[in-house]
Each structure stands twice: as C-alpha cells, then as structure tokens.
Design a protein around this ligand. Structure first.
Ligand code: TYD
Length: 143
C-alpha cells in the first residue's frame, strides 16, 4: 500500500531575487523532479469552485500558486491531506495515481501546473469510485 508521504512532496524553490525584486527559477529534472512536457495555469476560479477531482495513471504534477492562494486536497485511497499553496516559492509535487481536488481559490489566484506528460484524456480517472477500485486492485496485486 503506497504511503501518501512518498507520493507527494512540498518543494521550496530558492529565490534568486535582489533589490530589483524576486526571481524564482524552476528547471525540469532538478528543482522539478521530472522533465517538463506540459504547462497549464488556472485563474478566475473563485472560492466556491472545486476543480480537479481526478487521478492520473501516468502524469505527475508540480503545482505552484504564482499569485494568490488555493488549497489542494490529496487522497491516495487510504489517506487524505489538505495542502495550502500560499507562496510563489512553494511547489506541491504529486506522483501519478493520486486523487486531487483544488478549491478555495483567492480572487488573485494563478495556479501554475507543470507535468511530465502531454495531455491524454485516457490517463485521467475522473470517477472516485473507479479510483477506489483501482487502488483496491493495486493493493491486492501487491499482496
Ligand atoms: P479539467 O481536467 O476538467 O480541468 P481541472 O483539472 O482544472 O478541473 O480540464 C478542463 C478541460 O480542458 C477538459 O476539456 C480537458 C481540457 N484540458 C486539455 O485539453 N489539456 C490539459 O492539459 C488540461 C489540464 C485540460
């Protein structure tokens, strides 16, 4: 059974800024634990909206609130945790097979998401029941 602690990680990016302002650099394969193939960003979602609600068979993600704040609920079928993204230097790394829900977006929230995979709708699990069944099958196969 996978441990949530081994499936997610909080990343803290260095600030290379100076008196002119902040500069945060994230490079694929080093600060980001994978080579980056896809970038998308979410803004204009408000505090009532819940996004995500899916797990991915192959995609890994790093989520960064480059502006504003949001919360991410992560769930591996056994454990859940809520992480508040509230600093542009903070990243949340999610391995594949983790259920995620993003919510409580501040009005100025810009949630930047990096991934190791191009978009493929077939690797998205959008039913929580299907996700639970997958985890049960994986746990059985491990035994
Ligand atoms: P969706 O996965 O529902 O967004 P979120 O996880 O933020 O709730 O995606 C919304 C739409 O955008 C859906 O039709 C799929 C499409 N989409 C892409 O085409 N490529 C992408 O990389 C992403 C993330 C979504």
């Amino acid at each position: 059974m996978a441990k949530l602690d081994e499936q997610i990680r909080i990343l803290d990016f260095p600030d290379l800024g100076d008196e002119r302002g902040n500069l945060v650099v994230v490079e694929g394969g080093s600060a980001i634990p994978f080579e980056i193939k896809r970038i998308f960003y979410i803004y204009g979602s408000d505090s009532q909206v819940v996004r995500g609600c899916h797990a991915n068979l192959r995609s890994e993600f790093v989520m960064i609130n480059v502006s504003g704040t949001s919360k991410v609920k992560v769930d591996n079928g056994c454990e859940t945790r809520v992480i508040e993204l509230n600093r542009p230097r903070m990243g949340l790394y999610l391995k594949s097979n983790v259920w995620k829900e993003m919510y409580d977006f501040s009005p100025d929230s810009v949630l930047l998401v990096l991934s190791n995979e191009h978009y493929d709708p077939n690797e998205y699990i959008r039913s929580y029941e299907a996700y639970q069944n997958l985890i049960k099958d994986q746990n059985k196969a491990e035994q």
